[in-house]
Design a protein around this ligand. Structure first.
Ligand code: PLP
Length: 394
């Protein structure tokens, strides 16, 4: 914003004002979408000296700059800059490549998003980076796993699918005592509900495909860095030639403006549906850190300022056909991967086959829900119909 408010503004206000410079765009509220590769220089002297505001499409346009500035402002104190990537997974792999190289060792939570694990066990292994998976509940005891060549600890809270809460400040303290970097996948809470840099994170990753986009129509990711990590991150992004299409950058910026109201609604409806599920006789447990009964609740309450609409449940043991009948009966819950859009979703999952540092034995079939922007009563009625179908097959 050209004019500065006289008093400090809240994150929800920042979502509206961040990265905007209307006078640079003839007064229009939003920046234009620059479809751009070549930048023309007025003279030979200018071209030889690279004298221009922008050099090349891949290196940045007014559209990418507006989005980067908005995301950086939103992260707040401690964030030195943001890199834009073509997907959440590209943001994860790029941050890891910026943090470690041949001969290095990294520590990754066993509850990590599965494709992150695939990257570590595949590309990173081939490049000579060794990964040790650790119990997400390890806390300060992470110090026992450091080796002389440990470069980074990767955290994700809550855990993918299983929602274990991690003590990130304790892990960060142990890591920084040894000069080890902390990388976090902050997609679940986003920078609105978890202030990564204030909690000791050095590189904070978000799959913008989820809530930043918010409408299930873009692939986008971003990595926010502090002063220590920004140069290597930017260099890695430029060297690998990574950039985002202009329309997706625009849609990310578009989504960002309404993130505050959308997340508040996902949070409220998600918690309502989670509480309703928790008292159902068919449900063994609800995995949602904002529920008082959740083992990670105290940490969530201490470190987070909200929750999104994503959580899981463990059903009491029942047949696979009963679970399928439940899912097939739902009319308002789509069955598909990803989440963070306006619509509700459900998937069946099982972490048992790929976890290595911990044992996943929840005691029944597990479902992950994304609670969208529909009316929560309608969603509850839909789930009630699902449970009736489940009971009919059981
Ligand atoms: C979806 C997701 C990603 C990957 O994002 P894409 O844009 O689909 O590549 C990364 N981390 C978490 C926690 C996710 O849920």
């Amino acid at each position: 914003m050209a004019k500065k408010p006289k008093t400090p503004i809240k994150p929800e206000t920042r979502l509206v004002t961040a990265g905007r410079d209307s006078q640079a765009y003839h007064g229009f509220v939003n920046p234009p979408v620059y479809h751009a590769s070549t930048v023309l220089y007025p003279t030979a002297e200018d071209q030889v000296a690279h004298r221009s505001r922008y050099q090349y499409g891949r290196r940045g346009t007014p559209t990418s700059e507006a989005l980067e500035n908005a995301l950086a402002e939103l992260e707040g104190e401690g964030c030195a800059g943001v890199a834009l990537l073509p997907s959440g997974l590209a943001a994860i792999s790029t941050a890891l490549l910026a943090a470690a190289g041949a001969g290095d060792h990294i520590l990754v939570t066993d509850s990590v998003y599965r494709p992150t694990r695939t990257f570590c066990d595949g590309v990173f292994k081939r490049l000579g980076v060794e990964t040790t998976y650790y119990d997400p509940l390890i806390g300060a005891d992470i110090a026992k796993l450091f080796r002389p060549n440990t470069r980074a600890v990767f955290v994700e809270a809550p855990g993918s699918q299983s929602f274990e809460m991690q003590d990130i400040p304790a892990i960060a303290k142990a890591a920084h005592d040894k000069g080890v970097l902390v990388l976090m996948d902050n997609t679940w809470a986003s920078s609105l509900y978890f202030r990564a840099f204030a909690k000791g994170v050095d590189l904070s990753i978000q799959a913008g495909t989820k809530y930043i986009g918010g409408h299930s129509d873009i692939m986008f990711g971003c990595v926010s860095a502090n002063v220590k990590t920004l140069p290597t991150l930017k260099n890695t992004v430029y060297t690998m030639g990574l950039c985002v299409g202009p329309d997706d950058m625009y849609l990310a910026l578009h989504g960002l403006r309404t993130l505050g109201v959308r997340l508040a609604r996902h949070y409220e409806s998600g918690l309502r549906v989670a509480r309703w599920l928790a008292q159902r006789p068919e449900v063994l447990r609800v995995l949602h850190p904002a529920l008082e009964s959740d083992p990670g609740h105290a940490i969530w309450k201490r470190d987070f300022t909200g929750a999104c609409g994503l959580f899981s449940i463990v059903l009491k043991p029942c047949s696979q056909s009963a679970v399928y009948a439940f899912m097939n009966e739902l009319a308002l819950f789509g069955m598909g991967f990803s989440w963070g859009g306006f619509e509700s979703l459900v998937i069946l999952f099982d972490c048992a086959e790929y976890r290595t540092a911990t044992k996943w034995a929840p005691g029944g079939p597990t479902l992950r829900f994304h609670i969208g922007l529909e009316d929560a009563d309608d969603l509850i009625a839909d789930l009630e119909a699902g449970f009736a179908a489940l009971a009919a097959v059981k």
